[in-house]
Design a protein around this ligand. Structure first.
Ligand code: ZN
Length: 372
């Protein structure tokens, strides 16, 4: 058994270490080992890197040391004896949620919110390493035409696709407000464009990210830090013949953003709740925003397994969806601290950050991303 490099959380405080670790074997007979080609930094990784109160309660210092990361693309190099679907040599990404097939919610078709859920990089060692092990059940084979840097961001892209499509995928020709300028808001703009949303109205506050939102296909944009809620509402009503939007995606979790979405959605429209609020309780205009509006509310946690993966693979392979404007930073894996620095910087000057264990993969990605 050889050794490899990995980004390991060793102490319950800010930061992580670049350490030698044993190359893993399949953790169970139906697990595989993947050689990581590209891996991206998620907001969850930033929580753990900072070791905020969520990390302390969810993971706890006793679980350390633990390798970070869950967004990944890589090559399968070993399979356990009970693996059936995945083969050595497959180019795969990973659904982060390791679901329990015997749980009722899972059996009824919603494994992404099933009970007894385990999460890659949270409950197990993650993929900020040269190799890592994961269950065959959450491996997703990529189309070979998809680059590693795009293949690894499909996990958050899946959140965006699920948020845009909702449960019925009834979005073509409709109008949509998308709030926020984090990577998933920006991905959602691109998905909305690709699946035929006819009018995409984007709210954000950072110049750098608003520019990406424009490149991803926003038809109209408003700065939330330079306008009032009343001004935004008036603008949206103007753009929708006085009706309000068909669909509002709440992707910030702030009071202003939640108010915008419930105020701007038209009667019998849909509000999708994705942003996580700092407080569990957040006031909403229950009567006018929901009851009298006959509004649908759709909470998003994770992705549809594997519906969003399937759709994204097809959209990416077809070239109709190009998420690369959202990939703003690429680094060698050993330079992970620069990546976390970029993710934590405010005002934002980055969106998605991708890391590469291998020098040649890194250089190839720099060339590809530099070309567009
Ligand atoms: Zn993620």
């Amino acid at each position: 058994m050889g050794t490899m490099k990995a980004v390991v959380k060793t102490k319950p405080e800010l930061g992580a270490e670049w350490l030698d670790r044993p190359i893993p074997e399949p953790a169970a007979s139906d697990w595989v080992v993947v050689k990581v080609r590209a891996t991206s930094i998620c907001g969850t990784d930033v929580h753990i890197y900072k070791w905020d109160p969520w990390s302390d309660s969810r993971i706890g210092g006793k679980a350390l040391p633990q390798t970070l990361g869950h967004e990944v693309a890589g090559e399968v190099v070993e399979v356990g004896p009970h693996c059936k679907r995945i083969k050595v040599g497959d180019f795969v990404s990973a659904e982060t949620h390791i679901y329990d097939p015997g749980d009722l919610t899972t059996m009824l078709g919603s494994p992404h919110v099933g009970r007894n859920m385990k999460i890659l990089g949270v409950d197990f060692n993650g993929c900020f390493a040269e190799y890592f092990t994961l269950p065959e059940s959450i491996c997703w084979p990529n189309d070979p035409s998809i680059t590693p840097e795009v293949a690894c961001i499909q996990e958050p892209l899946g959140n965006a696709t699920y948020a845009v499509l909702g449960e019925d995928a009834d979005v073509a020709g409709k109008s949509m407000v998308i709030t926020g300028d984090g990577p998933i808001s920006l991905f959602a703009i691109g998905v909305a464009r690709a699946v035929g949303v006819a009018k995409i109205i984007h709210f954000g506050k950072y110049d750098f990210n608003m520019e990406i939102g424009k490149r991803m296909g926003a038809d109209h944009q408003m700065y939330t830090n330079k306008t009032t809620g009343a001004e935004r509402l008036e603008a949206v009503l103007d753009l929708t013949g006085g009706n309000g939007v068909d669909i509002a995606l709440e992707m910030v979790g702030s009071q202003d953003s939640v108010d915008d979405c419930f105020n701007m959605v038209r009667k019998a429209g849909r509000v999708t709740a994705f942003g996580v609020a700092a407080e569990n309780r957040l006031p909403i205009d229950y009567n006018n925003g929901i009851v009298f509006k006959a509004c649908q509310i759709h909470g998003i946690n994770g992705r549809k397994i594997f519906d969003t993966w399937y759709r994204n693979r097809n959209l990416l392979a077809s070239g109709r969806l190009d998420p690369t404007p959202v990939i703003t930073n690429v680094f060698k894996l050993e330079d992970y601290a620069k990546g976390f620095g970029a993710m934590m910087e405010r005002p934002r000057k980055s969106a998605k950050c991708v890391l590469f264990p291998d020098q040649a993969e890194y250089e190839a990605a720099v060339r590809r991303l530099g070309d567009h």
